[in-house]
Design a protein around this ligand. Structure first.
Ligand code: DGL
Length: 269
């Protein structure tokens, strides 16, 4: 098949990567997308580096059968751990570099906050990359382990008491630090944007790592001249490793998946 007509693969440990799919469908509506959510093994953010790398290798392998032209690891945890382990090849990306570039462009006072899973924060990858791009930046990092379960279970709306409680707990130190830009370093977190924004205040720019990865992919595909030249709407195929019914139910919080079929697949263990 012509390179440009092949699909784009996007994966995450669960549903968070759908924030990337959402953005991709807005900015690259003619691309076919295959999404994998490893819902049977979510969260990755509480796992060891070795386990995250093993899962990530299996996730990448999954896309071989679709002959994808580009793969997005729409998972902050995989991106952080892989950044320490040699990074990504030419035709794939994680979410860190796109998010960090956007944050460094956005900040005025050079105080940048990063919130992400425990594994991402422990890796130190976000902080290191920010300092590479903006050496005099002050970075405030905070792991938010309760955010992913809240999002996966749909507890995301303003007024949700547990979500507001944990947001205040996690974000208060970053607010006190005076950050003007906050990287949502886990692709699940944009679903909590309203609550996060209420705690941080309107003057703080929120950077969605998942959406930035989609924009980055568009730039790369454009440079490599492998954008789909078609004019028809691209297809969306969704795969998960646990119940498709549950996936569909929870995915509705993230994205309008319309008539897209959700299929169950197995990944090597
Ligand atoms: N979406 C994943 C990330 O961006 C988080 C969930 C997890 O812990 O697996 O890190």
């Amino acid at each position: 098949m012509d390179n440009s007509c092949r699909p784009i693969g996007v994966f995450d440990s669960g549903l968070g990567g759908l924030t990337t799919v959402n953005e991709l469908r807005k900015i690259l509506p003619c691309e076919d997308i295959v999404y994998l959510g490893d819902t049977a093994r979510v969260p990755y953010g509480t796992k060891s580096r070795e386990t995250v790398l093993r899962y990530a290798a299996q996730d990448f392998d999954f896309f071989k059968q679709f002959d994808v032209k580009f793969t997005i690891a729409a998972c902050g945890t995989v991106s952080s751990v892989m950044a320490l382990d040699g990074g990504f090849g030419e035709l794939c990306t994680g979410v860190i570099i796109p998010a960090v570039e956007a944050a460094c462009r956005a900040t005025k006072n050079k105080k940048i906050g990063v919130i992400a899973t425990g594994a991402s924060i422990r890796s130190g990858s976000y902080g290191r990359l920010i300092r590479q791009l903006t050496p005099d930046a002050e970075v405030f990092s905070q792991a938010c382990p309760m955010f992913v379960p809240l999002v996966e279970n749909g507890y995301t709306a303003r007024g949700c008491v547990p979500a507001e409680f944990f947001a205040r707990e996690y974000l208060e130190p970053l607010k006190r630090g005076g950050v003007d830009t906050l990287i949502l370093g886990c692709t699940h977190y944009p679903l909590l944007s309203d609550i996060i924004s209420d705690v941080m205040g309107g003057g703080v720019t929120l950077i969605s790592s998942g959406a930035e990865a989609a924009k980055y992919a568009k730039r790369l595909l454009t440079e490599k001249k492998i954008l789909n030249p078609g004019t028809a709407h691209g297809t969306l195929r969704l795969f998960c490793t646990d119940s498709p019914e549950l996936f569909r139910e929870n995915a509705e919080h993230f994205i309008d998946i319309g008539g897209a079929k959700v299929e169950r697949c197995g990944l090597g263990n």
